[in-house]
Design a protein around this ligand. Structure first.
Ligand code: HXC
Length: 284
């Protein structure tokens, strides 16, 4: 019997997930840039860890620019990544709230590599604060880092992604799916990021550009978790269906998939990487 068309493999997965699938490609990753304070810089490094460490260690072959505000920290991280992987990783100092600095980071990337294929919008800021005590400036600060920063990054890179028929990944969250206490600022900011990605998908799809969101759940050893973990709670985060905290590799693997040809027909999606945590409604 001849198998029907839909059961025939369109592509051999071993051809997609070969070690050098991203050879010749260039990644531009904002990890925070605008944060200004020390913890923000730390978050930048962690977002870079999320994706780049595994991304490059697996030797998928991409070169990368990592973008942040603290040049010294970026330079050290770029050096470590280059040494560990054999790929070229360069630092570029920029504040995602300031378009000009992002444009300069993009220009540096083009000068060095000649192209940009992948962009990770990973800049984020967070702290716990009830809305009753959340100042206008505090709210605005997170909106500017997360939402305006994403907009600025997209505007600075879009011509290059059109040219390469490239792909965006926006690092969002699951906080805004319900009312998460003390997270009004981040919930509003990330909801807007999800919306931006959907619009980019429909407007830029005809130009060959894809856009997707990764929404990490509780990921161990991140700045976000250390800030959001309820005090005295050892359970939160490991009590989900997966029975453990997420690992940065879980996020990195999702990114590799979304950037890869295996996801060539995947755009406008929010990929929740949380071990099923978001599916819990009641615990008995
Ligand atoms: C109330 C606070 C506050 C707090 C700052 N503010 N921290 N308000 N509670 N804990 C207020 C300040 O008082 C000020 O308002 C305004 O916010 C701006 O503060 P600055 O320190 O001047 O801003 P800046 O130096 O730019 O720092 C940005 C930041 C900071 C967002 C405020 O927390 C930061 O740099 N964070 C980066 C690290 C981070 O948050 N990583 C987590 C990302 S993970 P006033 O009115 O006084 O002027 C994530 C997803 C998590 O977001 C998902 C997990 C499941």
């Amino acid at each position: 019997m001849t198998p029907s068309a839909w059961v025939q493999p369109v592509i051999d997965s071993t051809e997609v997930f070969k070690p050098d699938i991203f050879k010749g490609k260039v990644l531009f990753c904002t990890g925070g840039g605008s944060g200004i304070c020390r913890v923000m810089t730390e978050a930048v490094a962690l977002v870079v860890d999320y994706v780049l460490r595994v991304f490059l260690k697996m030797r998928h072959g991409a070169s990368a620019t990592i973008v942040g505000r603290k040049l010294e920290r970026l330079t050290q991280t770029a050096k470590e990544l280059s040494e560990a992987t054999g790929s070229i990783c360069i630092p570029a100092q920029a504040d995602v709230r300031q378009p000009k600095t992002l444009q300069e980071a993009v220009a540096k990337t083009i000068e060095k590599f000649g192209r940009i294929d992948f962009v990770i919008c990973g800049a984020a800021g967070n702290f716990l604060a009830p809305i009753a005590n959340l100042s206008e400036n505090a709210f605005r600060t997170v909106i500017e880092i997360d939402t305006l920063g994403t907009y600025n990054t997209v505007k600075a890179t879009l011509p290059h992604l059109r040219a390469s028929k490239g792909s965006y990944i926006h690092v969002s969250a699951t906080l805004h799916y319900r009312g998460t206490p003390y997270q009004a600022h981040v919930s509003a900011a990330k909801a807007a990021v999800d919306a931006l990605s959907a619009v980019i998908t429909v407007e830029e799809g005809p130009h060959g550009v894809r856009s997707n969101v990764i929404a990490p759940g509780p990921i161990a050893a991140t700045e976000g978790m250390s800030r959001l973990m309820p005090q005295n709670s050892k359970k939160f985060g490991s009590d989900g269906p997966g029975g453990r905290f997420g690992d940065s590799k879980d996020i990195a693997n999702a990114a590799v998939f979304l950037f890869s040809p295996a996801a060539a027909f995947v755009s406008g999606q929010v990929l929740v990487v949380d071990g099923g945590y978001e599916n819990i409604r009641y615990s008995f």
